[in-house]
Design a protein around this ligand. Structure first.
Ligand code: GDP
Ligand code: ZN
Length: 332
């Protein structure tokens, strides 16, 4: 059984938890399964359900507990699900626009510290798509790492590195081959006990293979959890939060289907971090609303690649449109 610190429970959460009423235990959410949650705590997995109070707070969607969240729950003595009485403060949150309701963001995962943005050394390689991922990861409040996989397929990995450097800023870069297990140790430095990692990237870039390497075993064997309900029935479900404890690798891996999509939420703060150099330079542009395309006295255009400027403008428009939409919803 993992100890709580191995699951990421640290002093700050301990302090918050200690201020709650007696009789509760801390758990981390490992799967959301309809109204039920698989909770991972000191005794392994138990089922949990939201208390009325938490359920009402959850109506404001973002307060709905999600994979990665820390909660305080009251264990049951009768075999019924534990009752989730409180949601502890989040460090980061990944939001997306739900396919059904395009106006309200929905929580996909919480408390992820590091996100590997995975791409691969082939024809699909696309800096503009990676910029978009950078914005969403920074928007969530997590630390991104740009990981180029499949370097076994190219003669010139350094070529890719140079391209990545044009968008990376302070973001770390790692060149790896999950297939040949090249460079994967570079990823190990982003893992540490209690630190939570996730992977994003297009389908086929090698995320599953990389996750399996990080976990050090085949996820088919480790991915299922069986839980017994109060009637003694067993349910098997696919877990989405894994404790990594293999050789020198220790940490936590979150892998939810929603994290893999590109429709994650962006904020202006995320945009600022992903395009830090443009934000710095544009203070010097002659016009305050310069779009860095053909205005005279532009400080950005002479320095920044045209395609990157274009990408920035498009992403900024999306963020502004989203902000206006949210503001108008609040007024109603
Ligand atoms: P995912 O969709 O991102 O999870 O990608 P997968 O992990 O399923 O990998 C997609 C395909 O790429 C599979 O056929 C993998 O075997 C292959 N693949 C993964 N990593 C590498 C690599 O480093 N080099 C090469 N050549 N192929 C890889
Ligand atoms: Zn300008």
């Amino acid at each position: 059984m993992p100890a709580l610190p191995q699951l990421g429970f640290d002093e700050a959460w301990q302090t918050e938890f200690a201020s709650l009423e007696a009789g509760l235990k801390p758990y981390r959410i490992s799967v959301e399964h309809g109204a039920q949650y698989a909770l991972l705590g000191e005794e392994g997995h138990v089922w949990g359900e939201l208390s009325g109070l938490v359920r009402r707070a959850a109506k404001k969607r973002l307060q709905r507990p999600a994979v990665g969240d820390w909660v305080a729950a009251r264990p049951s003595e009768t075999g019924a699900p534990a009752r989730i009485e409180a949601l502890l403060a989040r460090r980061s949150q990944f939001l997306r626009l739900s396919p059904r309701n395009k106006t309200r963001p929905q929580i996909v995962a919480a408390n992820v510290d590091v996100v590997l943005i995975v791409s691969s050394a082939n024809l699909d390689f696309n800096l503009r798509r990676l910029e978009r991922y950078l914005v969403t990861v920074y928007s969530a409040g997590a630390q991104p790492v740009l990981v180029l996989n499949k370097i076994d397929l190219t003669e010139e990995p350094e070529n890719y590195r140079q391209q990545l450097e044009t968008i990376a800023g302070d973001t770390p870069i790692a060149l790896v081959s999950a297939k040949q297990e090249l460079g994967l140790d570079e990823l190990t430095q982003h893992l540490s006990p209690g630190r939570t990692l996730a992977l994003v990237g297009s389908s086929g870039v090698g995320k599953s293979r990389m996750s399996n390497w990080i976990l050090g075993e085949d996820r088919q064997e480790v991915g299922e959890i069986r839980l017994e309900d109060d009637k003694g029935r067993h349910t098997t479900t696919h877990r989405e939060l894994f404790v990594v404890d293999h050789q020198k690798r220790q940490g936590i891996l979150v892998d939810t289907p929603g994290m893999r999509e590109l429709s994650l939420w962006s904020t202006e703060e995320g945009l600022k971090q992903a395009f830090a150099e443009i934000y710095q330079l544009e203070d010097e542009c002659r016009f305050g609303d310069c779009t860095h395309q053909n205005e005279p006295g532009c400080a950005v255009r002479p320095v920044v690649d045209e395609a990157r400027i274009h990408s920035f403008n498009a992403l900024r428009e999306e963020v502004v449109a989203q902000q206006e939409l949210q503001a108008s919803l609040r007024k109603r």
